[in-house]
Design a protein around this ligand. Structure first.
Ligand code: FNR
Length: 359
């Protein structure tokens, strides 16, 4: 279909399914085991409703935020997703470039399949985040950190929800024969070798000491661990269950955000946000989904699969640009309808989460 006839995330997903190989589709779309976590995140957004305010003069609207100190014209970043080459020959480079042109931020994965994502930035000072898996060998992780410092990475997102690989049965059913080469340096042995089941809170000390790059823990799933992370002085957490790809039936990340609101609200105040930011990802497909997380106190959200689908649509970078613009329109329209002209005006009182909380 012509690009202008693709008008929402679901449309991109349908088009991508037709373009991707069966292995590519299985790798991108699936979750682990019964895919309960994967589906649950979407279900919960429907249960959380708005309490919109009216008569508030809602022009102009700005969805801009600061993510780890970097201005972003959109209140989300593109989440790190492995093996972009299934979607496009230029893979992660397409996402980095399109994000930069739209004033948005991309977080590239350790399992990138493009060799020079940093060089693909739309301008040299475009901030690029990096998702880190540490291998069991500390020396290799350190070498990677040095390389990233030299490249000018703006932050490290250390993935903590995958000490081992979750069981993705759809992948298992498909021959691994056409898995593209993984090439971001650390990843040469394939993604299994990247995971480190021995990683623990103690390790954060040497990672902290090894670099001054901002450090964010990606994959925090309880208020307890969010508090430990905050107390340790990292710069942020991503509430995430890896898009339903790690522990199946793990609670939806938006529920973890509600837990924090209830039991540790000091993690979510505007004052705290200057030194510690709470991000959340998993199942964000509509501007309204994004607004709900922001109103509940998230500093920004992460969006993964939709960007793979837009890149796999046959339109490459133009597809990704269109998706970014679609999200912008949805977010700005919904902000106006909810009675907010800035992200700071999105407050918890605009949300009714009673049904989700009492379930
Ligand atoms: C991921 N995700 C991920 N996370 C990570 O820390 N390192 C990685 O290498 C990957 N790889 C990856 C591949 C694919 C195909 C997907 C779909 C996801 C998880 C990702 O960063 C993010 O947490 C979720 O994708 C968010 O959910 P949505 O937006 O895809 O629903």
């Amino acid at each position: 279909p012509p690009l202008h006839s693709i008008i929402n995330v679901d449309d991109f997903e349908k088009v991508a399914k037709r373009h991707l190989s069966p292995a590519g589709w299985a790798y991108y779309a699936s979750g682990t085991e019964d895919e309960v976590s994967l589906m649950d995140t979407r279900r919960l957004f429907r249960m959380i409703t708005f309490r919109p305010r009216v008569l508030r003069r809602v022009e102009p609207v700005s969805a801009a935020v600061k993510i780890l100190g970097h201005p972003s014209s959109l209140p989300f970043y593109i989440s790190p997703t492995g093996i972009g080459r299934y979607a496009h020959p230029d893979a992660e480079a397409v996402l980095a470039c399109a994000a930069g042109k739209e004033g948005a931020i991309y977080c590239m994965p350790t399992t990138a399949t493009h060799d020079s994502v940093f060089a693909a930035r739309s301008k040299p000072d475009q901030p690029l985040f990096f998702q880190l898996y540490t291998t069991r060998e500390r020396s290799k992780a350190l070498a990677m950190i040095r390389k990233l410092e030299a490249l000018g990475a703006a932050a490290l997102f250390l993935t903590v929800d995958s000490p081992v690989l979750g069981r993705r049965e759809q992948d298992e059913r498909i021959s691994a024969a056409d898995t593209p080469r993984v090439s971001s340096g650390l990843a040469k042995k394939g993604s299994m070798g990247l995971l480190n089941p021995m990683l623990c809170w103690e390790d954060l000390k040497w990672i902290r000491e090894a670099t001054s790059m901002p450090l964010v823990l990606k994959g925090v799933q309880t208020v307890e661990d969010a508090i430990i992370a905050y107390d340790l002085g990292v710069q942020g957490v991503v509430l995430s269950n890896h898009g339903g790809r790690s522990l199946d039936t793990a609670q939806a990340p938006i529920i973890t955000l509600l837990e924090i609101r209830k039991h540790a609200p000091h993690l979510l105040t505007p004052e705290t946000r200057d030194k510690f930011q709470v991000f959340v990802d998993g199942g964000f497909r509509r501007g309204t989904d994004v607004l709900k997380a922001l109103a509940l106190g998230a500093a920004a959200v992460g969006i993964g699969r939709p960007f793979l689908y837009s890149m796999a649509s046959g339109y490459g970078e133009a597809g990704v640009a269109r998706l970014l613009q679609m999200f912008r329109v949805e977010i700005e329209t919904s902000m106006a309808l909810a009675g907010a002209t800035t992200v700071a005006e999105l407050v918890p009182e605009m949300i009714n989460s009673e049904r989700a909380e009492s379930e």
